[in-house]
Design a protein around this ligand. Structure first.
Ligand SMILES: C[S@@+](CC[C@H](N)C(=O)[O-])C[C@H]1O[C@@H](n2cnc3c(N)ncnc32)[C@H](O)[C@@H]1O
Length: 418
């Protein structure tokens, strides 16, 4: 059987050099090994660009290491030395053993040398003469964009994206009160650190979803507080006709249904069949029935029945730059050219869905992005084009940054049709 470190190096390599989105399911591992694998992979990916620059600085021939599985294995070792409490001797031994498993036995001298050097060196940035984007461990293009977006506080914003995220739950208040669910968690020895009215709970430590009481019956849903606020700010009402235009896997659809006590006429649309399958499963365990459509939010002529909606949620596909700490593979999978394509798609969706909204109705536009070009600039352009029939409704916040208080980065704009 492959060791956890060897497995981690292989997964990291797939993401960093083959640009394949991260998949961490491995049912063959014990729960402890699964937790270790997750820690090593997510942690190494968060800091990969920095760790890699350190390896290059310590290597006599950086080009020979660049892009190899060896590079990923060493980055994983460096992550453990610099960011975890795992003793250095264990890190070095396990990394060398993993190298042999991965048929990199001829490189053990180099691995030993790099890891020992970092153990004994002062590892601050100046020592290794790293570039600023390497210090913050972001690809250069994304570093530049974030710096341009946040010239005064970009350091905090970038560091916020490297933090370990908290695990948040949303409780179905139609079935249990927040206090009673917290009691259920206590009985399972799961501690909480804060709550978000009316239905959010933040756990002190992340835990495997299967340990959460009632999760398989839909008593709670794992969802960051920022995502929960999208529906809170949207404020859907009973008896309304509501469209969730990019709905899968259904976190916000279910929240809309819970908030309206199942008494709203909700339509859920998404373009991806597999993601819609997850939405169907999430609805099924809760016994929820609603209209589900596979189609494009940018092309409603293909699926709309012509009856206008009171409320529309457009939780748009985006760069995901507000949730990079949850999905550090974004740093490697996302490319700069994706951003302009996403901006165009978001605008096409806004325009297409606007026609489906009743006069007096509201469209809630949200993204888990921190880039103004997908958010404030996008909405300002829309409001300018629609200055005759659209106005912004006030909500408690528009742009949330992970560096603000640990919630995910999120953008919210509620637009009323005059
Ligand atoms: C941010 S996610 C939605 C998350 C979802 N609202 C939730 O809370 O669980 C964006 C979604 O947009 C979908 N999507 C991408 N392009 C689309 C399109 N042209 N039309 C409809 N959905 C699209 C993706 O499949 C993805 O599920």
């Amino acid at each position: 059987m492959t060791s956890v470190r060897a497995k981690a190096a292989q997964i990291i390599h797939q993401v960093t050099h083959k640009h394949i989105p991260l998949k961490l399911e491995d049912s063959l591992l014990s729960p402890q090994d699964r937790a270790l694998l997750q820690e090593l992979v997510l942690g190494t990916l968060r800091y990969y660009i920095k760790l890699n620059a350190i390896t290059a600085a310590l290597s006599q021939n950086p080009k020979s290491v660049s892009g190899t599985l060896l590079e990923s294995l060493i980055a994983c070792g460096l992550y453990q030395l610099l960011y975890t409490e795992i003793p250095a001797y264990a890190v070095v031994n396990e990394t060398v053993n993993a190298a042999r498993e991965l048929k990199l036995g001829s490189c053990t001298g180099f691995i030993n040398a790099v890891l020992h050097k970092v153990c004994s060196e002062d590892t601050d940035a100046e020592k290794f003469v790293l570039k600023e984007h390497e210090i913050f461990a972001y690809p250069k293009w994304l570093f530049k964009r974030i710096k341009k977006n946040y010239p005064k506080n970009y350091r905090e914003v970038l560091s916020g994206g490297n933090e370990k995220p908290s695990m948040w739950l949303r409780v179905d208040l139609n079935r249990i009160s927040l206090a009673d669910y917290i009691e259920m968690l206590k009985k399972e020895n799961i501690d909480i650190c804060r709550t978000l009215e009316p239905s959010g709970i933040c756990l002190s430590k992340t835990c495997p979803p299967s340990m959460l009481p009632g999760i398989s019956q839909g008593l709670c849903y794992i969802q960051d507080a920022s995502a929960q606020l999208a529906v809170t700010y949207m404020a859907p009402k009973e008896n309304e006709r509501i469209l969730d235009a990019c709905a899968a896997p259904g976190g916000k659809t279910i929240h809309i249904i819970e908030s309206t006590k199942g008494n709203a006429d909700v339509t859920a649309v998404d373009i991806h069949p597999q993601r819609l399958e997850r939405l169907r499963e999430n609805l099924k365990i809760r016994g929820i029935n609603l209209t589900i459509i596979q189609g494009s939010a940018a092309d409603p002529d293909k699926w709309w029945d012509g009856k206008p909606f009171d409320r529309i949620l457009l939780d748009a596909p985006c760069s995901g730059t507000g949730v990079i700490r949850r999905h550090p593979d974004i740093k490697f999978v996302r490319k700069e050219k994706d951003i302009s394509e996403l901006i165009e798609l978001q605008m096409n969706m806004l325009e297409a869905l606007w026609k489906l909204l009743k006069h007096g109705g509201t469209l809630m536009y949200t993204t888990c992005s921190i880039l103004k070009e997908e958010n404030q600039i996008q909405i300002n352009n829309f409001l300018y084009i629609h200055r005759d029939d659209a106005e912004l409704e006030e909500i408690p916040e528009s742009q949330h940054l992970p560096s603000d208080d640990g919630r995910d980065g999120f953008f919210y704009a509620k637009i009323r049709k005059k």
